[in-house]
Design a protein around this ligand. Structure first.
Ligand code: MN
Ligand code: MN
Length: 281
């Protein structure tokens, strides 16, 4: 149940309306990393969530994002107001001025309609929480860029409030993921192939004309990784035998999961028969 309270979560004050900045702000209203996308992503994930504790988290934050949408919408309307009567202002966003009468609609800053394609909803709680952490990081950086393109004090303060809340959410989603007590790289229920999972394939090799090098970094060696070289462009064979392509048939439910993980998706009968065969073998 939703209940609207006639009060903004953060009171917005705008000194000098700036229609061109109002247009930029639409990115956080009807854009890919905007507040509606966040509200819908978390609320719909919550609707699908079978773990009651984390369902509550998803509904809490999904609902707060709707309040953010209301703040951003109010802020945008203040900046777009001159469009109603001023031709120069209307040119900052003809779609908003002519089709929308200077009000907000669910478009991004270049007039693309909001779409459910923005949402990342997989039905796997641990995967969804990772998507949400990334979504909050994207929302944060977009707010930061908006802050850097306005001098209006009231606008900066409202955006600072919204930007801060995204980091708060990032902390909550991170804690929720950690509290599932899964190993860091455990996703789903089928274990990855041993050996292969630790092979870092050096697929981009040689030196470029602009100083690009075959760089070595922790991404080659941490978490058990080691480099496997690609066959060189001049036809020399890889020294270490290349990628491990031996077939591997993992036991169903072989990955370490969490008590609150989503119900595994798949043909339960086949999974049971596979498990039975493994036992006999
Ligand atoms: Mn938000
Ligand atoms: Mn958020």
């Amino acid at each position: 149940m939703y209940h609207h309270v006639k009060k903004l979560m953060y009171t917005v004050n705008v000194g000098e309306p700036d229609p061109r900045f109002g247009n930029m702000l639409l990115e956080q209203f009807g854009g890919a990393n905007g507040e509606l996308a966040a509200a819908m992503q978390y609320s719909i994930q919550g609707l699908n969530c079978e773990d009651m504790a984390r369902k509550d988290l998803l509904m809490d934050i999904g609902t707060e994002e709707l309040s953010h949408l209301e703040i951003v919408g109010s802020l945008i309307r203040m900046h777009l107001r001159p469009m109603k009567s001023d031709r120069g202002a209307a040119e900052a966003d003809p779609l908003v001025a002519i089709a929308g009468g200077g009000g907000v609609s669910l478009y991004n800053s270049v007039g693309n309609a909001w779409t459910a394609d923005y949402l990342k909803i997989t039905g796997d709680l641990a995967v969804d929480l990772r998507s949400n952490i990334a979504a909050e990081a994207r929302a944060k950086i977009v707010y930061e860029r908006l802050i850097s393109f306005t001098d209006d004090v009231g606008t900066k303060q409202a955006l600072q409030f919204l930007m801060t809340r995204e980091i708060t959410h990032m902390k909550a989603f991170s804690a929720a993921l950690e509290s599932m007590d899964k190993p860091e790289f455990s996703i789903g229920t089928i274990a990855p192939t041993p050996g292969l999972v630790d092979q870092y394939f050096n697929a981009s090799t040689g030196e470029g004309d602009h100083g690009e090098t075959d760089h070595v970094g922790p991404w080659n060696s941490e978490h058990g990784l080691h480099i496997v070289n690609s066959v060189a462009w001049d036809g020399k064979e890889a020294r270490d035998g290349g990628l491990n392509v031996r077939p591997y048939n993992p036991q169903p439910m072989s990955e370490k999961t969490s008590r609150v993980d989503s119900t595994p998706v798949g043909d339960r009968k086949i999974m049971k028969e596979d498990a039975q065969r493994e036992k006999v073998a």
